[in-house]
Design a protein around this ligand. Sequence first.
Ligand code: B12
Length: 215
Amino acid sequence: MEDRLKLAMGELDEEEVLSLVEARIQAGVSPTEIVESCRNGVEIVGKRYSDGQYFLSDLIMSEEIFRGVMHLVEPHIPVGEPNNGYSVVMGTIEGDIHDLGKNIIIYLLRSSGFRVYDLGVDVSPEKFVQAVSETKTCILGISVLLSFCVGSIKKVVDLLEEAGLRDKVKVVVGGYAVGELVKEYTGVDFYANDVSQALRIIREIAQKDCLHSQS
Ligand code: B12
């Protein structure tokens, strides 16, 4: 059966989206599942934009609706897990200002006890490397939605190597532009394009590869 929330998001029907989200929260659907339906909905928006049916103003509208969704959903995300001793450096790569996905992952990581250093958007490779060096984190998360920005992620990996930090940090990329090819080309360790993959990968890295209390 088609997901009504996804379709309403694709239609940019704000009223319908928000009322479906309210109803799902009341029905006990998990925040993660609700966010994923909305993410699938904005895929439709993106596709229609590529096809010339939607315009930049529609992308902006989808952002606004998504923010409204997060406003409703966030209070239902379980919080309060104590600091788990692990830290993550996160940012959106140079040239790219998309941050909805990054912010969702940061919110969820903080709720699960991670200390997150958020570098924001349009972050240069040098700044990522400096942050890894200063925070001594062993997890670096990079968001990228624009395909033409992928090259800068490779530069982050090269600079980590030059700085002698490559074996001290696992690099995870996420966002619309990522996949197996991007992983191979850039030399990062993992990629994730949905919430559950992202959290699973970061938790596994923390448990397997990070020393405790390095934050
Ligand atoms: C909303 C949106 C915008 C908004 C962004 C608002 C904001 N503050 O983020 C605005 C209007 C500003 C925008 C601008 C542009 N956009 Co835009 N935008 C989108 C849209 C519709 C949705 C993106 C989104 O927020 N998705 C919802 C979130 C929740 O999903 P997500 O980011 O994928 O994140 C999830 C996972 O990927 C993962 N994740 C994300 N980050 C990370 C990081 C880590 C470490 C991990 C582990 C996981 C992870 O977890 C998240 C939760 O599930 C997409 C379409 C699409 N299919 O994605 C186009 C899209 C990304 N945009 C596109 C384009 C072309 C542009 C513009 C160039 C348009 C223009 N002509 O100006 C500009 C670029 C501006 C810039 N320099 O960055 C293209 C990119 C094409 C490409 N392959 O390069 C897309 C794909 C649309 C399309 N089909 O053409 N955009």
